[in-house]
Write a protein of this length. Sequence first.
Length: 263
Amino acid sequence: MILAIDVGNSNLALGVYEGERLVEHWRLSTASQATADDLGIAVRTLMGYNGLSVELIEAVVYATVVPPLVGPMEEMCRRYLGATPLKVGPGTKTGIDIKYQNPREVGPDRIANAVAAQHLFGSPSVVVDFGTATTFDVISAEGHYAGGVILPGVGVSSEALFERAARLPRVDLYRPEKTVGKNTADSIRSGIINGYAGSVDAIVAKIARENGSPRRVVATGGWAGVIAPECESVHEVDPYLTLEGLRIIYLRNQMCQRGGAHG
């Protein structure tokens, strides 16, 4: 089995794969000060609770946009899982050509998203990741990572609104029955959800005009379930897209190593 871990700014997602099948998955809050022991206990507890033995883990692949957690992640994998993990980053064989001015600027999670989208849905395609930031990753008709768009995430923007507007209450975000709210809470929900959905549709339309219409637009990330259903441009919602990309990248690196050994 392969354990894939995506360490984001807000959430830490884990998935256990047996072949191509996602056997189990979890999402935790990211703690930037977490130690190797914190992470190891969490992983072993989650797996044990779901009847999975850590001895079944043959390999670990991870991506992180939280630099302080690199050391603890590496130590956790060695001490608690008995594995030397593959960290996705500059120099990792991904199988996708990155057409960014500086490829090192592209987050490893975004590369994993692009790899998974290209593998699952073909080219051209667009990934919209509703995380701490809302990111758009564009895969060209040739199968290259063409570039992307970044804007503040749903949670970040909502918190800024609540903090700056003293009379506006914090609200749970879910789809209101009507676009025009009859109370303050529904008005806020409508504005945030429909505002983001409209932004996504507008950006995807501009991407299509510049790069050609994508075969598929796939949404992922923690807010995808809330925003994507209101987007006219989104074809698919895959909450595990990043984990799938990490799994594919791990397998591609294994193939490269075997090819190098035979060459």
